[in-house]
Ligand binder design. Structure first.
Ligand SMILES: Nc1nc2c(c(=O)[nH]1)N[C@H]1C(S)=C(S)[C@@H](COP(=O)(O)O)O[C@H]1N2
Ligand SMILES: [Mo]
Length: 202
């Protein structure tokens, strides 16, 4: 009789592997909490566009039908909210941000995501390119629910979830960084959950 049964190993492995995926100060949740700074906007897909702007000029824009024609990917990622919940293996479908930021100039170093309702959040260009961020329009096999940012939201899973702008309608291309909504209210400018960058000064 072996001293430790296979079943014992099997039960122990999973929690240990999960724990390694939860950043410091976070706890695991199975729910999907809704965190919005204002009311949920309801955009009509017929009127919806996504625009990339620079210095007030639209450089490129997509209608909903044009977005749907871009190559999309299925994404399974862990997400981490600054209010301390983490959720593992969330399933999304979306277009990589690389697809809407082809041929941006050398001068562009940052982006500011702009949303229906006025929410904004800032990100380095390097954090939304290279296959690290998506314009997500499906969650868990269905259309992204409005309260979670539908019809489309930014998905930037390697940063705290306030960077994953809901109801996103465009990106401003910037040479110099500009704080967004929560960043101006004292949230960390970058927001790496593994370095616990919750608030300015962390
Ligand atoms: N447009 C918009 N995007 C937003 C927010 C918001 O208030 N407005 N809240 C942010 C915050 S603080 C978090 S934690 C996540 C919450 O996403 P969820 O409601 O889908 O969980 O969305 C982020 N994106
Ligand atoms: Mo948040």
């Amino acid at each position: 009789m072996p001293p430790i049964s296979r079943g014992f190993h099997g039960r122990r492995r999973e929690p240990a592997a999960q724990a390694a995926r939860i950043p410091p100060g976070q706890y695991l949740t199975r729910d999907f909490p809704v965190l919005s700074a204002g009311p949920t906007p309801h955009a009509r897909l017929a009127d919806w566009t996504f625009a990339v702007r620079q210095a007030g000029t639209v450089r490129n824009a997509w209608t909903w039908a044009e977005l749907m024609a871009l190559p999309a990917e299925d994404i399974t990622v862990d997400i981490h909210c600054v209010t301390k919940w983490s959720k593992l293996d969330t399933r999304w479908r979306g277009v990589p941000i690389d697809a809407v930021l082809a041929d941006v100039g050398q001068d562009v170093r940052f982006v500011l995501a702009v949303c229906d309702g006025g929410y904004t959040t800032n990100l380095p260009l390097a954090d939304v390119t290279g296959g690290r961020a998506w314009l997500a329009f499906e969650y868990d096999g269905g259309p992204l629910p409005p309260e979670h940012g539908g019809p489309a939201r930014l998905l930037v899973p390697h940063l705290y979830f306030w960077k994953s702008a809901k109801w996103v309608r465009g990106l401003e291309l910037l040479a110099a960084d500009e704080p967004g909504f929560w960043e101006r209210y004292g949230y960390h400018n970058y927001g790496d959950p593994w370095r616990e960058q919750r608030y300015a000064g962390d």
